[in-house]
Design a binder for this molecule. Sequence first.
Ligand code: ATP
Ligand code: MG
Length: 438
Amino acid sequence: MRFSGCFIPTSKETPAEAQIVSHRLMLRAGMITQTASGIYSWLPLGVRALGKVADIVRQEQNEIGANEVLMSIVQPSELWKESGREQSYGEELLRFKDRRQRTLLYSPTNEEQITDIFRKYIRSYRDLPKNFYQIQWKFRDEIRPRFGVMRGREFLMKDGYSFDLNVEQAKKTYKNIFTAYLKTFKRMGLTPIPVQADSGSIGGDMSHEFHILASTGESLLYYDKKISEFDFSSPDVFKKFSKVYAASEDKHDPDNCPVHKSDLEQSRGIEVGHIFYFGTKYTKSMNATVSDANGNQIYPEMGSYGIGVSRLLGAIIEANHDDKGIIWPKEITPYQIGLINLSVDNEVCTALSDNVYQGLVKQNIEVLYDDRNERAGEKMADMDLIGVPYQIIIGQNSIANKTIEIKNRRTGEVSKVEQHDIINVDFGKINEAELYKK
Ligand code: ATP
Ligand code: MG
C-alpha cells in the first residue's frame, strides 16, 4: 500500500482522554476513533491488526474441530426469558423495541441462541460432541467503559460453545480448549497466565481466566511464584497446571490458600480469555435434549469459551511498545515491512523505492510504502509510531553508498543491504537471526 493513498490519520498530540499507553497509541497511530463512550470505529490500520488477531483465533479453533457460525447480533428477548437471564443479566443488557413493540436485545453473549440452534437440529447422541464458535460483535452496557478497546461497550469477541453427552466428555472438551487457548495467545507473542475463576452470571462449576500481566490490568491475580518456571507448552499442560495455584481475586480466599504467604505473588492482569464448564444449565432451562443409546432423552453438557479479540490488541500493545510507539509482534503487525522514501523529490531515490516496493509486492509481502511528500523526520516518526517490525529506509545515502538500510523497530539496529540485492531478499522469511547473520 502506498501511504499517500492510505487513510492513516496519525497524530503527534497525546489524547487527553486516554489514560493508558495502548489507548493513547491506538488513537495516535490512527487505528481507532471514538464514536461514543466505549464505542469505537476501526480505521484501516486497526482493521488490519484486528484481522490478524481474528485469523489466529480462527485457525486455532478450526484446528480443534470447532464449527464457525455467525449468529445474528440482535436476539428476541423471549430466548432470554427461557433461560431466566432476561432478568438476572441486569443493566449491561441493551434492550430495545421494534415497530411491533417486541423487545429485542443486542447480544452480550450467545448461550441462549446457540442452545436454540442446537435444539432445532440435534436430536441424537450420535451427533455429539459438537463445538461451535463465532467471531462477532457484542454489546454490554458497561457501567464504566474505559481504557479504549480494553473495556468497551461494543467489542469483538470469539465466543465458543460446546455440547457433550456426559460430564467426562465435557471435561475433556474443556481441557482441549484450555490447551488451544494457550497456543492461541502464544502465537500472538503473549505469555498468558490461566487462573481459576468465578463463573459469574454464566453459572457453573469450572472456570479459568487467561491473563496477560500488565500494571494497567484491571484484575488482581494471586499465584504461586513457581508459575514463572512452568512450561506452558508441555503436552499434558492442563493436568500439570491444575497442580499450580493461580486464582483471580474473586476466587482467591486468603484464609484457605494452599500456598504459603512467602510463595504467593500478587500481580495485575488483563483478562483476554475466559472459559466455563456449566453442565446442563441452558439445555435444561431451554429443554434441549438428545436421545442416548438406550433411547432416553438426556440434557447435553455445555461449556462456553470467550476470547476478547478487540481487547487483545490493547493487551498486545501494552506488552509491546516504547516511547516512540507500537512495536508489533510479527504475527499481528498490520504490515510486515515499512518502506520509507526519504527524498521523494530525488528521481533516483524514487525510482529505487518504487522498484523495491514492486519487488516486495510481487513476493506477496504486506508493505506500507511511505511515498508521501513529507519531511524525513516526520516520516520516520510516523513509521516508528505505527510500529511495523522492519523498516527499509531509502535516501540520498543509499544512492551514494549503493546500500539500503533495514531497521529493526524493536532493537533499533540497522543493517545494510547491497542495492542490487534487496529485491531478491525473501522478506517473508526474514527473522532477526537471518537478518543479522549478514
Ligand atoms: P470482565 O470481567 O473483564 O468484564 P467477563 O468475565 O465479563 O470480563 P466474558 O463474559 O467471559 O468476560 O467475556 C469473554 C472475554 O471477552 C473476556 O475474557 C474479555 O477478554 C472480553 N471482554 C469482556 N468484556 C469486555 C469489554 N467490555 N470490552 C472488551 N472486551 C471484553
Ligand atoms: Mg464483564
